[in-house]
Design a protein around this ligand. Structure first.
Ligand code: T46
Length: 149
């Protein structure tokens, strides 16, 4: 089964659309390698990659929602907690392995907390950077969820 089958067909706004993806690992005496291909391992074509690093102790990132953007978040080093919220329910995913990715669906509020020392968060994104895709205020996000239900 391709990864995209895990997330297609679920159109309602729900934290249940957010899934942990366990990517392949090729390990041998030299170490390990994890490949991620857009459209199969990641359930969308990857248009952008960015990473978050040098996070000071106690700092949090994100704290916003996206209208259309799909993402996969990976703790490529260290660990952190991703809080996902669909306007009524909230769930926390602890990411701490470079072969584990969290698929974050559109219309999900996300916050990232508890970065370990040296943690690096890689984000694979389905679209180029577009500020108009963001909900920067939680009330705006909740209103949009209400309008679409
Ligand atoms: C998300 C979490 C996990 C760009 O110019 N291009 C980019 O692709 C991105 C992502 C950001 N920026 C600029 C915009 C801001 O001036 O970088 C600055 C910091 O961005 P932001 O405050 O949005 O960073 P985070 O860590 O709060 O959120 C980011 C992503 O924006 C967001 O999509 O889900 O990482």
């Amino acid at each position: 089964m391709v990864r995209s089958e895990l997330v297609t067909g679920v159109s309602a706004i729900s934290i249940n659309n957010c899934k942990l993806l366990d990517f392949s690992r090729f390990s041998d005496a030299r170490g390990a390698l994890t490949p991620i291909e857009g459209g199969t391992d990641a359930p969308f074509d990857i248009k952008r990659i960015y990473y978050i690093y040098d996070v000071p102790n106690g700092a949090s990132r994100a704290g916003h929602g996206h209208r259309e953007l799909q993402q996969v978040l990976i703790a490529i080093n260290g660990s952190f907690d991703v809080h996902v919220d669909d306007g009524s329910e909230r769930k926390v995913f602890h990411l701490d392995r470079p072969h584990l990715g969290l698929y974050v669906a559109p219309m999900i509020w996300r916050e990232i907390h508890l970065f370990s020392l040296g943690a690096v968060c890689v984000s694979l994104a389905s679209a180029h950077y577009d500020e108009s895709d963001y909900f920067r205020r939680y009330e705006d996000f909740q209103n949009a969820v209400g309008e679409s239900s």
